[in-house]
Design a protein around this ligand. Structure first.
Ligand code: HAM
Length: 439
């Protein structure tokens, strides 16, 4: 027997029931993004490896150990499956001169790849919905991003389950001075650092502030604070963002230890976190990256953005019982005989013209088996066509679910013979009866 193959560890199949929920969420996200004037952008999944090295930073976890990097056998190019979307978006903006005339509000979605240790909420292939606003220098766009996210959580019914952590990373020169002070201070207390933090002391010392080790966290609370190294302009930027948030009634916590795992950020950074997912609690993260365009060889262009982790957002929605219900068909068409099958095909098209979702039975079998399939499909109605119906150009309409529009006898015994041309109206009459009743 040939060996049965499995999906790659940390890369998941999203089966139909789940994929329907994903699509529903995606539709809502696109609607939400468009309501703020964001426009879509579709980017390659594979980019030159050097893009991520230069954008995300050589000494970050992502570049050091999580990238799916490979050499193209055919031409020797060094390529990487994108671990995130910001670098590719900025590369595309520079390549197509996108931010030159007008600032741009953009969004993208799709799979990202990081070779992490898989666990619940952490995958090697995961999906992000990302937003990048290019050419905006003020704190207003940072605030817009945060406020639009607050609205999204509200619309999805999970506001109570997420909270906002905010920080100000200042500018590069400010961080350089701070970095020196922090390294000197921590180096004098090295023995109290965990192994990972000791390793980071000279490669990426600010990430030590983000350590999950309780002892290191305790030490970091006494360490020099970045805020004391920020100039007036940087402080003012955060204060302005905070003012927008207060005006809109969005609660937040300023977390001086929030540093993010990608090196391109400056000034505003933030994470939306939840307790409802266990260890992987960040469902969305972002900030400002004014230096990235120049770093990648483009004209200096201020910019900011964020990305939502789609699996994690779905996890929060699932735990909160807020997942949308999967869409079921309105009608399943059962038929017997060649003429009936042809009438079923044409009738289904008539119903679809009226925006109904219709499955026509395929694969033969008797009426009993077909009605069973109709029931399993989740359809509200079976439409049954046999020889008599072909002669009269009619169909039997059989409700399959309890609906309040069907007064009197049990729904399963209610079956009506209806002219094909009137079928859609009859179905809508049932639905209207149902919604009138629930008003
Ligand atoms: P990030 O914090 O690396 O930022 O990722 C954003 C979100 O993606 C995380 O908050 C999390 O929800 C989700 N995520 C990250 N890694 C995984 C994983 N292994 N499994 C499941 N979900 C994951 C960025 O990627 C930046 N590009 C965000 C950004 C856009 N900043 C400015 N613009």
């Amino acid at each position: 027997m040939p060996k049965v193959l499995q999906a790659v560890r940390g890369m998941n199949d999203i089966l139909p029931e789940e994929a329907e929920v994903w699509e529903d969420l995606e539709e809502r996200l696109v609607f939400w993004l468009k309501s703020y004037g964001y426009r879509p952008l579709r980017l390659p999944v594979v980019e030159p490896t050097s893009l991520f090295r230069r954008a995300i930073g050589e000494s970050t976890d992502i570049v050091e150990k999580e990238m799916y990097a490979f050499t193209d056998n055919l031409n020797g190019e060094e390529l990487t499956l994108r671990p995130e979307g910001t670098a590719g978006c900025v590369r595309a903006a520079i390549q197509h001169n996108m931010a030159a005339q007008v600032p741009k509000r953009l969004y993208y979605s799709g799979p990202m790849f990081r070779h992490e240790r898989p666990q619940k909420g952490r995958y090697r292939q995961f999906n992000q919905f990302g937003v990048e606003s290019l050419g905006f220098s003020g704190p207003d766009i940072d605030a817009e991003h945060i406020l639009m996210l607050a609205r999204l959580w509200d619309e999805l019914g999970i506001s109570d389950l997420v909270s906002l952590q905010l920080n100000n990373l200042g500018e590069v020169e400010e961080r350089t001075c701070y970095r020196e002070a922090l390294v000197t201070w921590l180096a004098a207390r090295q023995e109290r650092l965990d192994e990972d933090s000791r390793r980071r002391l000279h490669s990426n010392p600010l990430r030590i502030l983000d350590s999950k080790n309780p002892e290191t966290q305790k030490l970091c609370r006494q360490a020099p604070q970045l805020v004391d190294y920020l100039g007036e302009k940087s402080r003012h930027h955060l204060k302005s963002v905070e003012r927008f948030l207060r005006d809109a009634g969005v609660e937040y916590t300023v977390n001086p230890n929030l540093v993010r795992g990608l090196d391109y950020y400056n000034l505003t950074v933030y994470e939306w976190v939840t307790n409802s997912l266990g260890a992987q609690g960040t469902i969305c993260a972002g900030g400002r990256y004014d230096g990235l365009f120049a770093q990648l060889g483009g004209k200096p262009t201020p910019a900011a953005g964020f990305a939502i982790g789609q699996e994690r957002l779905l996890g929060v929605l699932a735990n909160a019982g807020k997942l949308p219900e999967a869409t079921t068909p309105n009608v399943y068409m059962a038929h017997q005989g060649e003429a009936a099958q042809r009438l079923a095909f044409s009738t289904a098209e008539l119903l679809r013209d009226e925006s109904l979702r219709v499955i026509v039975h395929c694969g033969g079998g008797g009426f009993k088996a077909q009605i069973k399939k109709a029931d399993q499909s989740g359809a509200d109605f079976a439409v049954i066509i046999g020889g008599d119906e072909v002669t009269d150009n009619t169909a039997q309409l059989k409700p399959l679910r309890e609906m309040s529009g069907l007064e009197g006898s049990s729904y399963s015994s209610r079956q009506q013979c209806i002219p094909v041309a009137r079928l859609a109206d009859a179905i809508y009459d049932y639905y209207i009866g149902q919604s009138d009743d629930s008003d």
